[in-house]
Design a protein around this ligand. Structure first.
Ligand SMILES: C[S@@+](CC[C@H](N)C(=O)[O-])C[C@H]1O[C@@H](n2cnc3c(N)ncnc32)[C@H](O)[C@@H]1O
Length: 341
């Protein structure tokens, strides 16, 4: 069996080994006594070469790796800590946080903060950039500037955000964009988002009848339309219309407008689910079900995500069903089931 198979399996479950590999891949491969042909396959960066090695198809035909391009010092890894850090933190996120020269973070609970500071005692919270009652966008720009100053200082920088770092998180995407523009290595690792937790806790599949997703203020302020035969997820319903940061509760005077707008698509009796994923191990999620006509701002907070199930059957497209049948008959393929599975 290829040595690389055992080695990679160990990296998959050991954050400390993956951390050492992140810091110095060559030294870690050497210490693990990985044969040269397997190292060459890995260094090629081509999945096909690794498949050859993993399937035992003899010596890899991988050409010698190109001479490494001199990298500008300084890099950025953006990672997610999941919603419930106990269990939802990936091995890869742990490795990058641990090995960072500079670790900055923005998380939603003290356990996540404890984990991060245990992993890397130099870790610094970005929360201080929020100002009570001040626009969130200005705070996000200050966070981006901070992250970029670490990268420009030549540091292996890691920025950790709760949930998935790329889901409704401006500073993470913007930091990567700017770092890359300036020639630094910058990338994002996925995390478990509130939406991932929602699918698990509510027992719904985003692909069954499809799912439309909007940020609540964006939904309100633009001429969006809802396909009520699909599922609907609205993020940030508990801060709708308030673009400032408020630690003690948001200004939700605009909330009735959101309900009014939803009533243009759904009947007053439509069930609305207000969902909050559990932050702590052993605690259940909060799931409130009420009729749209009963919905008021007092039911939501900054961590609430709204879910509405399909309210009517889907409308089949006879035109496309005939067109698909014609194509399949012409090619002799089997007819696809109507639900697309
Ligand atoms: C700025 S976004 C951050 C999302 C986060 N990056 C993620 O991956 O889930 C904040 C919104 O995420 C959703 N959210 C955050 N925490 C949540 C939780 N514990 N349960 C449900 N939704 C949550 C809410 O819609 C909230 O208003």
């Amino acid at each position: 069996m290829a040595e690389i198979r055992r080695f990679m399996a160990e990296l998959a479950i050991s954050a400390s080994r993956l951390g050492r590999y992140v810091r110095s891949p060559a030294a870690e491969l050497k210490a693990a006594r990985i044969p040269d042909n397997e190292i060459a396959a890995l260094a090629s960066g081509r999945a096909i070469d690794l498949w050859q090695v993993l399937l035992g198809n003899g010596e890899t035909a991988a050409p010698p790796p190109a001479a490494p391009v001199a990298q500008k010092p300084g890099s950025l890894a953006v990672v997610g800590t999941g919603i419930r850090v106990v269990g939802q933190l990936t091995v890869e996120a742990i490795a990058w946080m641990k090995e960072a020269d500079e670790l900055v973070y923005l998380v939603a609970d003290p356990i996540a903060e404890e984990v991060i500071t245990q992993l890397n005692p130099k870790a610094l919270s970005l929360r201080g950039y929020y100002g009570e009652g001040q626009g969130r966008m200005g705070s996000y720009e200050a966070m981006v500037d901070h992250i970029l100053s670490c990268v420009r200082g030549g540091k292996r920088t890691c920025a950790a955000f709760y949930g998935h770092p790329g889901v409704f998180a401006y500073p993470s995407h913007e930091s990567i964009r700017r770092a890359r523009t300036e020639g630094y290595t910058a990338f994002m690792l996925p995390g478990i988002s509130a939406e991932d937790c929602l699918f698990a806790d509510l027992g719904v599949d985003p692909c069954v009848n499809g799912t439309q997703t909007y940020e609540a203020s964006d939904f309100l302020l633009h001429e969006r339309t809802i396909d009520t035969s699909s599922q609907l997820i609205l993020w940030q319903v508990g801060v709708v219309g308030d673009f400032t940061y408020r630690g003690q509760g948001y200004d939700l005077r605009g909330f009735p407008l959101l309900v009014q707008r939803l009533l243009e698509f759904y009947p007053p009796s439509q069930e609305v689910v207000l969902y909050e994923a559990a932050l702590f191990l052993g605690c259940p999620p909060t799931i409130q079900r009420l009729q749209l006509s009963q919905l008021t701002a007092e039911y939501v907070n900054a961590a609430t995500t709204m879910y509405i199930a399909p309210a009517r059957p889907t409308t089949p497209s006879a035109r496309m069903q005939y067109a698909l049948r014609d194509v399949q008959q012409a090619t002799g393929a089997q007819q696809a089931p109507q639900n697309g599975e």
